[in-house]
Design a protein around this ligand. Sequence first.
Ligand code: NAD
Length: 363
Amino acid sequence: MIVNLNGQEVSVVIGPGTMHHIVSEADRYSHVVLMISKTVDDLYSDKIPKLTSLRGELTRIVLTDGENLKNIRNYQKIIGVLIERGVERDSLIIYIGGGTVGDLAGYVASTYKRGTDFLAVPTTLLSQVDSSIGGKNGINFSGVKNVIGTFYNPGTIIIDTDFLKGDDTLKIRDGICEMIKYGIIKDETILRVLAKYDDIKSLASGDDLIKLISKSVKIKSEISNRDFFDKTGERSVLNFGHTIGHSIESATKNRISHGPAVATGMLVETYIGERMGITKPEIREEIRNQMNRFSIKQISLREVGIDNMMEYLKNDKKMSQGSISMSIPEDFGTHQNVKLTPENLRSHLRSFMETFDTVTGTR
Ligand SMILES: NC(=O)c1ccc[n+]([C@@H]2O[C@H](COP(=O)([O-])OP(=O)(O)OC[C@H]3O[C@@H](n4cnc5c(N)ncnc54)[C@H](O)[C@@H]3O)[C@@H](O)[C@H]2O)c1
């Protein structure tokens, strides 16, 4: 599939066994830099092409992934390696890994000598349906997530569904939360397809996964392309569930991971919409059913602490002139941008907590 992003045609290859494409892509360059997740390197060493018989040079950088990877020291170290190895501007940087490796690699690719060619091989479902698409990359600084970064597309994105096989459902769960989001904001058929499955494992081994990934890639790229540099507010619909979700992640120092935080965020944000007379109650019911289906836990706001969440919400990038803006669904496929003062938001959070806060989750 070809997706259009900021006037650039990005080719997206989706399916099992597609990672072998990196060999022919890489063979066109005189120097290739491979940035690979250590976890993925260890788990799939027999499957990932070795790239040892390329006509050009290969620089291999193995990265310990996770949120701590995305920092300026690691960025500096990698730039140091590229200079030492004499990597030229016409080289190709490839990453193989989840969203954290992708965000760091994208920032390196976009800034090293003002930009090299870039190829993405995302290996978690979240990175396949979300973070590898749309051009954003970045690193964290001074405790602020993604505060340094650029907009820069890979020329090719290879989504190999073989990475999703196996017993580990964590590499899939957070991506399902994003798919539920795409189903609510844009394409209800995604929700109907998800409803054919009882749990993450059956979805991961079922026939619909490629179709769901393709639909998600299409939605993320179309919305991102309308507002590539995130200036007009059109991209904000992609933030559904994320304003509250990010505050849960930040307030717990990432002890609670992205998927359950965003899923809980979608419940809270639709509840706010219901209280404001904007959102149909069926939306929250749908999110709740999907969360049950895939065993995605609702996070206890009492445990996270509403005061803690408010600290982060007040500093959210969507806060301006004393109000925070949120894109809240009206119905399936339609939404409204609303502005809430911190006092309003606090009272909605308290009401949600008092009404629904019965379940606890820690991951
Ligand atoms: N740039 C964007 O537009 C964008 C969008 C959404 C999220 N993000 C970023 O993405 C990051 C989260 O991405 P993520 O969830 O992929 O996190 P991640 O990169 O930390 O990967 C999650 C875990 O899965 C492991 N892993 C990766 N692939 C695996 C595989 N195939 N099998 C088994 N384990 C595997 C990793 O080692 C890691 O421990 C965050 O930093 C977030 O800010 C960026």
